[in-house]
Design a protein around this ligand. Structure first.
Ligand code: AMP
Ligand code: GLY
Length: 424
């Protein structure tokens, strides 16, 4: 098969690494890819959101299957456009990607189909939003309805802060069209985890659990990021918790989306809070998490490609995947200044030594080669140092041994990835 992966991050590097290992894969392209992905796939300089060019490329190169990594092209309808052009694509239609593209839509879906989630309401006017916010004891959660590059959720510590945030989003259009509508909701207390399932529109095949580290600094301090590290499995996801997530969150969502005429095919990513009252849905995403995907791909023993094809074809029932019982842990190395103003163009050395550490695989997220052929940083999150180990502590030790072999004065990472799992 001739395969095209769309995206340029660590998630897409992990997908390319796994797909390149499939005996079914004859030729692998990635658009636009990065310097690490170039070792697995032929990179083509087309942006992940350039729908027209991607469709033209897929047709011109007789691509058999396209795997779409990020949410933005899915919400823009890349999967629909490819399928309409006769090219099979992994990833939901634009109508199904609304599950991530509109927080209000996702909350209404949960309410309609009995999925446990935080109490909420949707607003386009500031005054009624503030009145509703006053019905909660702080903290209060304010969310932009649309995609806001992971920055659209604010946890307000007081009613005054909530009111100011409501004005910033609805009044000043802090996130442009994405905050023309907002969701105001109850704050959920508990431990957060990510859960992933492949779905074919009807069936859900559970993949695995993971935990991310959203804040930039050690001890979960500082601004939110796309994710500074992750591991899988998440110990908080006991057998009972996983069963509850499947029965009360994933399956009703898959059935609900089908009933709404928006069958969801692809990977359904549930952000879940494990509360005293059982698991509750925080949000759905319509794609793999980044860096959670890197941890999942390290643990997946089976061939990924037939599973993705089965999700697209509607033949996931009775499909099974084998997983390593080991823990996979990813430490993200970011460019100095991330998330506000990452400094790009700094030289990275020592990658070969790092990659030689036992159990370690390096996934690139934001790298390019300079004129001299050396690797330099080209984005905010730059590398995902990933390791398998017999438990979280072992995987962490291996990952940090590799981190310490990297010579990159322009980069940094958190030193406490895995603390929740290791502290248990
Ligand atoms: P997002 O940027 O959409 O991934 O969400 C940001 C983060 O906000 C989530 O990962 C949670 O940690 C937090 N969050 C969102 N909604 C709630 C809620 N209702 N209660 C507590 N935390 C929340
Ligand atoms: N790491 C969280 C996300 O991909 O949304």
């Amino acid at each position: 098969m001739r395969i095209l992966v769309v995206g340029s991050g660590g998630r897409e590097h992990a997908l390319c690494w796994k797909l390149a290992a499939s005996p079914l894969c004859d030729k692998l392209y990635c658009a636009p890819g990065n310097a690490g992905i170039a070792a697995e796939a032929e990179c083509v300089p087309i942006g992940a959101e350039d729908v027209e060019k991607l469709v033209a490329f897929a047709k011109g190169e007789a691509i058999d299957f396209v795997v779409i990594g990020p949410e933005a092209p899915l919400v823009k309808g890349l999967a629909d456009r490819l399928e309409a052009g006769g090219i099979a694509a992994f990833g939901p239609s634009a109508k199904a990607a609304e599950i991530e593209g509109s927080k209000g839509f996702m909350k209404d879906l949960a309410a309609k189909y009995g999925i446990p989630t935080a109490r909420y309401a949707r607003f386009t006017e500031a005054e009624p939003a503030k009145t509703f916010a006053r019905t909660f004891t702080p903290p209060i959660v304010i969310k932009a309805d649309g995609l806001a590059a992971g920055k659209g959720v604010v946890i307000a510590a007081s009613h005054a802060e909530a009111a100011a945030e409501i004005d910033a989003m609805l009044g000043a259009r802090k996130f442009g069209a994405a905050s023309a509508e907002i969701v105001v909701e109850e704050y959920l207390e508990g431990e957060e985890l990510s859960f992933f399932a492949l779905t074919d529109g009807t069936h859900a095949l559970p993949l695995a659990s993971a935990q991310d580290h959203k804040r930039v600094g050690d001890g979960d301090t500082g601004p939110n990021t796309g994710g500074m590290g992750a591991y899988s499995p998440a110990p908080v996801a006991t057998r009972d918790v996983e069963a509850a997530i499947l029965e009360r969150i994933i399956r009703p969502a898959v059935a609900g989306m089908a009933a709404e005429g928006r069958p969801f095919k692809g990977v359904l990513f549930a952000g879940v809070m494990v509360t005293g009252d059982g698991p509750k849905l925080i949000e759905f995403n319509c794609r793999f998490g980044d860096p959670e995907c890197q941890a999942l791909m390290l643990r997946m023993k089976s061939d990924l490609l037939p599973a993705l094809i089965a999700a697209r074809d509607g033949t996931l029932a009775n499909f099974d995947l084998r997983w390593s019982g080991e823990t996979a842990l990813v430490v993200v190395m970011a460019a100095e200044g991330y998330p506000e103003k990452p400094k790009t163009g700094t030289l990275i050395r020592g990658l070969d030594a790092a990659g030689a550490v036992e159990g370690v695989t390096l996934f690139h997220a934001g790298t390019r080669r300079n004129a001299a052929g050396e690797i330099e940083a080209s984005g905010g999150r730059v590398l995902g140092i990933s390791a398998l180990g017999r438990d979280a502590a072992d995987a962490r030790d291996r990952a940090y041994r590799a981190v310490d072999a990297i010579d990159w004065p322009g980069g940094f990472c958190r030193r406490d990835i895995g603390w929740r799992a290791i502290g248990r």
